[in-house]
Structure formats: C-alpha cells, structure tokens
Design a protein around this ligand. Structure first.
Ligand code: SF4
Length: 274
C-alpha cells in the first residue's frame, strides 16, 4: 500500500525520542487498550510521515530524533511500507514494537538490514490455548520468530499480568522459555488494566511474586512497580502529541485514559515549552 493511517506521533519530553503510531492490528486481543487497534488517523505516504517526524523533531528538540519507536496497532501490517519507512529513518536508533506474528526469518533480516536495532515483542502467553483465546491466534509462529530475532538483533520481551489468565505460573513458564534461548534477554512484566469487563488490575503482591519467579530464570526482569521504584523521579510527566496536520498538544497519562475511554483525539496547538 502506498499509505498507512497515522493518528499521531509522540515526542518524549525527557529524551530526544519519537514514537510513531501506525494504526490497525491483525490481532483481536480481548483486553486491547490501544487507541490504534482499528485503522484511524490520516492516510500518509512514507515521505509525508518522514517529513512530519523530521519537522516536529527539529521544531521541538532543534535536531533529528536520536531514538525512534515504531508501534501500533501492529506496524508490520504493511511490510513494504515499513521497510521503506525504516530505511529513511535509520539515522536514529530504531526500536520496532510488535506482536511478532507477521514476521518470518527473511523479513527479520530485511528489517535489520534496513536499520532496526531492537525488537520489542509482546508475548501474551506461552500456553497456546490461552494465547488463542486472548488474541484469536496461535503463538507458534511468534515463538519461532522470537528465536530468530535473538540471533539477529537486540530483543526485549513484554507480557501483561492478567489475573485469571496470565498469572505467576504462566509468567514463570514464559521466563523459562526465554532463558532457554538466552537468560540475558530483557523481560518486562506489565500490569493489566481492566478493560471491557475483562479480569481486574493485578495487585502489587501478585506482580512481585511473578517478578521473583521470572528472576529465577532470567537476569534482566522488570515489573511496572520496579520501573517506578528503581527509576529516578521524572521531572516531566507529560509528552507531546503531534497530529498529522503538524499541530502539537501536550498530554499526560490522565488525558490518555480519558481519550481511551472516549475514543476521541482532540487537537489543540501548543507552543514549545521554554
Ligand atoms: S496486539 Fe496490541 S494493538 Fe493489537 S489487538 Fe493486541 S493489544 Fe491491541
């Protein structure tokens, strides 16, 4: 396709870092929290999107981005578009956030050659029945792709702790699977936020138990709480959303939750902060 629908890009207020949100997803996760699961936003060519990224970064940081995270939705829905996009942005450290279902050995290598330095893979469950129930798809291809990625680039794996579905034992099994590939792979356990009446938010105790179990197998494990506990207090707790027409809006986590609930994205122009 010549175009992909882009609802917005996001600029970090902490580092010179840009997130690109490509909307639309092949999965049907029952607890999906993403504003970009369904196609939404303006149709942009690769050239238009690259121009938006470069202009926004120059305007806000006074230079091109040092790090770019391509996320969604699912960025790999259009393989050709993604490759062309990456090859035009490879002046930055590029991280590709994906559910890894649409990858294969050849395409992983093409992505790395184009400029992807790091893959951030969302592994929902190791148990295939659970995976299929939650996403609508088997995880067999994903597990195979995880092994290939590890042979070709830096890899980070993420899992949501979903009470009643993906709990301590399942996370322990995922950690064992990752350790058999390489115990140094970074593993992040995030807490589910209840959605569509599904499950509930996990408790801190549950998260800590899962963390301890994963730590038995892996050297680099992080949970949402340890992210907060171990990181320095942030000076800025907001970020800048840039819409396809180039308008900027400063947003916070609170705004994000409101937007998630309403499904709306409003546009207000802001000035660069001093
Ligand atoms: S892979 Fe991510 S964006 Fe796609 S449906 Fe699942 S949670 Fe939503």
């Amino acid at each position: 396709m010549e175009y992909r629908q882009v609802p917005f890009i996001t600029l970090s207020e902490i580092g010179c870092r840009v997130w690109i949100t490509l909307s639309g997803c092949n999965f049907k996760c029952r607890g999906c929290f993403s504003n970009a699961r369904k196609p939404t936003g303006k149709h942009l060519t690769v050239e238009e999107l690259v121009k938006l990224i470069k202009n926004s970064s120059q305007r806000y940081y006074g230079k091109l981005p040092e790090e770019i995270i391509i996320t969604g939705g699912e960025p790999i829905l259009d393989k050709e578009y993604l490759l062309r996009l990456i090859s035009k942005l490879n002046f930055a450290y590029i991280i590709l956030e994906t559910n890894a279902y649409l990858l294969d050995k050849e395409y992983i290598k093409e992505l790395v050659e184009a400029g992807v330095k790091e893959f951030m893979v969302d592994l929902k469950a190791l148990n295939d029945k659970k995976h299929e129930w939650y996403t609508g798809f088997s995880n067999k291809k994903i597990l195979k792709n995880i092994k290939t990625i590890q042979e070709n680039a830096k890899l980070v794996i993420k899992t949501l702790y979903i009470p009643g579905l993906v709990e301590e034992d399942e996370i322990g099994d995922i950690a064992k699977f990752i350790a058999a590939i390489n115990p140094k792979i970074e593993y992040r356990i995030n807490d589910f936020k209840t959605r569509h009446g599904l499950s509930r938010d996990p408790t801190i105790n549950e998260m800590e138990k899962a963390y301890k179990l994963a730590k038995k197998h892996l050297r680099n494990v992080v949970i949402s709480r340890s992210c907060r506990r171990e990181s320095k207090p942030l000076k800025k707790k907001t970020w800048i959303t840039v819409f396809p027409d180039g308008t900027f809006k400063r947003r916070s986590t609170k705004d994000y939750h409101l937007i998630r609930r309403s499904g709306q994205l409003s546009q207000e122009t802001i000035q660069k902060p001093q």
